[in-house]
Write a protein that binds this ligand. Structure first.
Ligand SMILES: Nc1nc2c(ncn2[C@@H]2O[C@H](COP(=O)(O)OP(=O)(O)OP(=O)(O)O)[C@@H](O)[C@H]2O)c(=O)[nH]1
Length: 331
């Protein structure tokens, strides 16, 4: 696995940076300990299932992949499953969050609900305009059907309630299951980027009526500002926003390879997912009504969720066609 570790310079001996795909998708796996986050990551990276992992392992790995004939650098953050204080950092880093539970472990499902609730609560307090974040509720260990305690319909209905995607999978069977999971996630991220680009280009359209009105008046041209495009794709973040976000708890230093995110071209979605059981949607306003606060309140996650949002993050929120909730503070 180490050859894929972003922090391991050995990757340079396998792949030159120049040969890496320009499109990047950052995926973080959250969930209770032992639900199989590391197993899923290892399976995706190496096609192998390994029974024992260092439970304190938390790292980011990357793998060039091709999804729908489009090359993409998939970066996967495997989290430790206990450090809830890092949640804001994970959300800031990720394009997609896989909230993982084991279908054989009820408390892991409850923990997943607490994560959903925490993300919901935290994001409600944010006022910065940001990217969409794809959220997926993921039931793992599908191979252990005989000892299942969380039904598929329970997972589906929670995902529906929170308007997020839902999927069941296993790290212990065919590689294709796990591959489909990650590929589906990449597709969802691409869809979100397309939506964000479409909505930001609508926002930036110059007001043609105003130009007509002023044709008889000798005024300085304002066309440069009216037609200027954001140099940062998929976000309306401006300098003020960036400074505002400094109140967010500082993340740990990123490995150099992750510190800079490149422009991310988007390709049209053309295939459907096999493992999906509900339509894949980012978290939306309907998630706001998720009534799982009782579970969250018993969790340490609740303290993260109830932490006040960045005080100076006052930039006006741009309404999204798909979601208000999922405007997580990502630049
Ligand atoms: N049968 C089965 N076992 C699995 C599956 N995924 C993981 N496991 C096993 O579950 C145990 C925990 O897996 P990990 O991948 O370490 O779980 P984790 O969520 O990364 O745990 P932490 O790193 O402690 O947060 C290991 O013994 C794995 O072999 C699966 O899909 N099916």
């Amino acid at each position: 696995m180490s050859r894929y570790r972003s922090t391991n310079s050995s990757i340079k001996s396998h792949l030159s940076t120049a040969s890496l795909p320009k499109e990047e998708v950052n995926i973080v796996l959250l969930g209770k300990q032992s639900v199989g986050k590391s197993a899923l990551v290892v399976k995706y990276l190496t096609k192998r299932f390994i029974r024992e992992y260092d439970p304190f392992l938390e790292d980011t790995y990357w793998k060039p992949d091709a999804v729908d004939q489009q090359e993409v650098l998939v970066k996967v953050m495997d989290t430790y499953g206990k450090d809830d204080k890092q949640l804001p950092y994970y959300l800031k880093w990720a394009d997609a969050v896989l909230i993982t539970y084991s279908i054989t472990q009820l408390d892991s499902f409850e923990m997943a609900l607490a994560y959903l609730d925490a993300i919901n609560t935290y994001s409600k307090g944010l006022t910065v305009s940001t990217n969409e974040l794809v959220i997926m509720l993921l039931g793992n260990k599908l191979d252990l059907e005989r000892t299942r305690v969380v039904s598929k319909s329970e997972g589906e209905s929670v995902a529906l309630k929170f308007s997020c995607a839902f999927c069941e999978t296993t790290a212990a069977d065919d590689y294709e299951y796990v591959q489909q999971l990650f590929h589906r996630t990449v597709r969802e991220v691409r869809k979100e980027r397309e939506r964000a680009m479409a909505s930001s280009s609508i926002d930036e359209e110059p007001p043609t009526a105003a130009i007509n009105i002023n044709t008889n008046v000798n005024v300085p041209s304002s066309s440069s500002s009216a037609s200027s495009n954001s140099s940062i794709p998929f976000t309306n973040f401006n300098e003020t926003d960036k400074h505002s976000s400094s109140n967010i708890p500082l993340p740990p230093p990123m490995p150099a390879t992750l510190a800079h995110r490149v422009a991310k071209p988007v390709k049209t979605e053309s295939q459907t997912s096999v493992t999906s059981s509900t339509s894949s949607l980012p978290l939306s306003s309907s998630m706001k009504s998720g009534s799982l606060s009782t579970i969250a309140s018993t969790s340490t996650l609740a303290s993260v969720a109830s932490a006040p949002p960045p005080a100076s993050a006052t930039t006006k929120r741009t309404p999204s066609k798909t979601s208000v909730f999922s405007k997580i503070f990502k630049n």
